[in-house]
Design a protein around this ligand. Structure first.
Ligand code: CUK
Ligand code: CUA
Length: 662
């Protein structure tokens, strides 16, 4: 017998029994012996069985949370149930995705919103999802996501988990800080990253200091329209430091946001010319700058018409921002990465990758220093630098390579340690101090993770009311955790139980996320989400979230041809298990507008619509209508079919597109 199994406590045995009953209640006889035998056969320990009891989600049981994870360079977003860690949906945003028809008949209009004007860009590097908030808490309505490689922001409607808008930042090609939202989603904030000349125009690196710029963009979100309103959005010019992560103030610091930077050295690299490589040049100084920005003040300045137009976009210059008292800097430890605002908005936690401490700034002290003008100097752009000692509350030694911090409900904070491959739990002080048994500002525990953790996510852990309970470590490497699917290994999402205080913080589940490099995720209580199960009406246009008057309806199916224009209009319906009409005859060169409605009202009765050779594949959810336009460029016989196995007669859900040669 496995020795580990002999130590099963009575409690774990009871849990295991419960688990086995829940797992396969259809079996007539189950006993502890069966559980024991199965666990022994697989070499499972008591701790394993306990972890299983906390995460195993039997068929039909629903998850308590939904985690919205960036998809990294897959360009998408993943919705994952927790604690089961089951992938519920890949939400297509920046990258075509045929299952959803994204880029193959729908989504083109959304994706085109992110184009530069030239060759369409067809992938993204998503880093930081941000759920919409009301009074600093997730409201379950909208999700925003940045694209680091092209400086774009996507807007996802959580009624149908579909992207509705992509905006391209006109000032830069590179973003990273954000997206994050202000406490009532007034703005979706996109911080820049690598400095470029405005609009990413050409300028040699020898003109870095004069011609390159940093920026942060405040996209105004119109909740009623469900879209970013470009006409009410503006940006702020920043020095050509590389802006990094950022977070909005809330509670005590409402009205402000905080933006990290690296490369305040303004190194320009050039290893091939004998210059220090970026990695050395960018980390030369002992400190970089935390940017402290008054966004409510910036909004007033913008509305007063004091912004300059750059690349057709209003930008508050550094000069104006300094004159109006909108921006301050303060030193932060070398190579800073994460900046995270505590639940009450009273502390800002910054982690420097090359400093084993987290540095905690007090927002009360920041405000006091601003009011008292306790400046230790100004940077080259004249931005006042707040004296470090006047604004720091505490520094806590947590371990090597601290990156990102999240918060629990009782006064614990959690920080990922990239170099240690661990997650640290530490105590906050101030008004949080009483919530935890340990002394304020001390490291409590470190849980090893596998391996090289980037961000972490705690359930609602960056809101005004964190839930705690679960923490997910988003690990960059998995090395030996899974069967190797060739040399490209999946990243590893590790679920950690943080429900207990003190030093108990076990890993309870590993999830290989075999797609992209997820960076950050936000974890929303599932009961805050209220997605549609079918579209509200037959003939629904999901892009505009309204009924489409042109949507084909039953009894009105037809094919009309305009000989003079060489155009054809198809009005088609789809229902189990046929398309109507089933024959569509056109002539080569015709332009075709093909409208199709799924007239089903049954939950999950999705039909596909796929035409060979023409790169068309739609996913039509119950009630959805879609319109696809194309030119019949190739003569031939094209059996189109339904690409979702929708019924026993799914294979018969087919038709012929006949393109007659001229
Ligand atoms: S970054 Cu990737 S681990 Cu883009 Cu938020 Cu820190
Ligand atoms: Cu409809 Cu298969």
């Amino acid at each position: 017998m496995n020795p580990a199994f002999r130590v099963l406590s009575a409690r774990a045995l009871a849990l295991a029994l419960l688990l086995s009953v829940g797992a396969s209640s259809s079996l007539a006889f189950q006993s502890m012996d069966d559980v024991r035998a199965a666990a022994t056969a697989r070499g499972l320990t008591t701790a394993d069985l306990l972890a299983a009891a906390k995460t195993f989600t039997p068929s039909g049981m629903l998850d308590e949370y939904v985690m919205f994870s960036s998809g990294g360079h897959s360009g998408q977003v993943f919705a994952i149930g927790m604690p089961s860690m089951r992938l519920l949906k890949t939400i297509a945003v920046f990258t075509p995705e045929p299952w959803q028809g994204w880029g193959y008949g729908v989504g083109e209009e959304v994706m085109a919103g992110g184009d530069y004007g030239g060759e369409p860009v067809r992938w993204g590097d998503t880093h930081h999802p941000a759920l919409s908030e009301t009074a600093g808490d997730y409201d379950g309505q909208w999700l925003f996501i940045n694209d680091k490689i092209n400086a774009r922001v996507g807007v996802i409607d959580l009624r149908d988990f579909e992207a509705k808008q992509i905006v391209k930042n006109p000032l830069t090609v590179s973003d990273h800080g954000g997206t994050f939202v202000t406490p009532n989603t007034e703005y979706v904030i996109e911080g820049g990253q690598y400095a470029t000349p405005w609009g990413s125009a050409y300028a040699p690196l020898s003109e870095y200091k004069e011609s390159y710029h940093g920026s942060v963009t405040l996209w105004k979100f119109d909740r009623r329209a469900g879209r970013i309103d470009r006409s009410k959005s503006f940006a702020m010019e920043l020095p050509p430091y590389w802006q990094d992560l950022s977070d909005a103030g809330k509670g005590a610091s409402d009205g402000w946001f905080f933006l990290n930077s690296i490369n305040t050295e303004m190194a320009t690299g050039g290893i091939e010319s004998g210059n220090p490589p970026f990695e050395a040049g960018v980390s030369r100084n002992a400190t970089d700058y935390l940017h402290i920005i008054d966004w409510k003040g910036a909004e007033r300045v913008f509305q007063a018409g004091k912004a300059d137009m750059i690349e057709g976009f209003p930008v508050i210059s550094i000069k104006t921002a300094v004159a109006e008292g909108l921006i301050y800097l303060t030193p932060e430890p070398r190579s800073p990465h994460g900046v995270d605002v505590a639940p009450k908005g009273d502390f800002v936690v910054v982690s420097g990758k090359l400093d084993p401490h987290v540095t905690v700034y007090s927002t009360a002290k920041l405000k006091k220093a601003v009011a008292a003008k306790t400046f230790s100097g100004r940077d080259d752009w004249g931005i006042p630098i707040l004296d470090f000692d006047a604004v720091v509350e505490a520094q806590v030694e947590v371990g090597l390579g601290p990156l990102h911090t999240q918060f629990g409900p009782e006064g614990y904070a959690y920080t990922s340690l990239f170099l240690d491959s661990a997650v640290a739990r530490w105590t906050m002080g101030g008004s949080y101090g009483a919530g935890t048994p340990e002394p304020d500002w001390t490291l409590v525990h470190k849980t090893p993770v596998q391996y090289n953790v980037g961000h972490i996510g705690v359930a609602e852990g960056d809101t005004v009311s964190p839930d705690g309970k679960y923490l997910v470590a988003f690990n960059k490497w998995s090395v030996d955790r899974f069967l190797p699917p060739g040399p490209l290994l999946p990243q590893n999402f590790q679920l950690i139980d943080i429900a207990n205080q003190g030093t108990s913080m076990p890993v309870i589940y590993d999830m290989p996320i075999g797609m992209g490099e997820p960076h950050y995720a936000q974890i929303c209580k599932a009961d805050k989400l209220n997605p549609w199960k079918v579209y509200p009406e037959v003939g629904w246009d999901p892009l505009h979230q309204r009924a489409d008057l042109m949507a084909p309806k039953p009894g009105m199916e037809r094919v009309t041809r305009n000989d003079e224009e060489g155009s054809v209009e198809v009005f088609m319906t789809a229902v189990r298990s046929h398309f109507k009409p089933e024959h569509v005859a056109v002539k080569v060169g015709d332009t075709i507008t093909w409208r199709i409605t799924n007239i089903e009202r049954a939950v999950d009765a999705t039909h596909g619509f796929a035409i060979p050779q023409y790169n068309i594949n739609l996913s039509l959810e119950p009630g959805e209508t879609a319109t696809v336009e194309f030119t019949a460029h190739t003569a031939g016989t094209f059996p189109f079919y339904c690409s979702e196995f929708c019924s026993a007669l799914h294979l018969e859900m087919v038709g012929y597109l006949l393109v007659e040669p001229t």
